[in-house]
Design a protein around this ligand. Structure first.
Ligand code: SF4
Ligand code: SF4
Length: 130
């Protein structure tokens, strides 16, 4: 189903409950993010794109899957913007759009990486399957 842009913007705002317009572009979220080197869009860029209504592009972003949900960005943000909450909202939108199981047990071997703790895989399996 094609989702129009207003719908995407409103859905991201509803799920997150975050106001990206409060962002003052200080970059502290990105400076404190342990995963930003692996992201195509750093946390402050992600916030700016939500503010600009570019949700469809964000739904394609690899940052969604690189965020560790460590909340360092939430702790450091002086304006209460919560970049990770915005990422979580857009991630949920992608998952809901795809529907059904996102990870099956058969896919787990492909995801294995010696740097990933087993708890992360278990958590992902619970989160992305039903
Ligand atoms: S919650 Fe995600 S975006 Fe925020 S600092 Fe941690 S890894 Fe980076
Ligand atoms: S720390 Fe907060 S105010 Fe600063 S750039 Fe990040 S989201 Fe915006």
């Amino acid at each position: 189903m094609h989702q129009n842009n207003n719908y995407l913007v409103e859905t991201a705002a509803q799920i997150s409950g975050v106001n990206p317009k409060s962002c003052m572009k200080c970059g502290k979220c990105t400076a404190s993010c342990p995963a930003f080197d692996d992201m195509d869009l750093s946390p402050h860029m992600f916030v700016s794109m939500v503010e600009a209504g570019r949700i469809r592009e964000l739904m394609e972003s690899t940052s969604l899957w690189k965020c560790l949900s460590c909340f360092a960005c939430v702790e450091r943000c002086p304006r209460g913007v919560e970049p990770s909450t915005l990422m979580e909202a857009v991630r949920l939108m992608v998952i809901r759009k795809q529907g059904g199981h996102r990870i099956s047990a058969d896919e787990i071997p492909e995801l294995l990486d010696k740097r990933i703790p087993q708890q992360a895989l278990t958590s992902a399996f619970r989160k992305y399957s039903r």
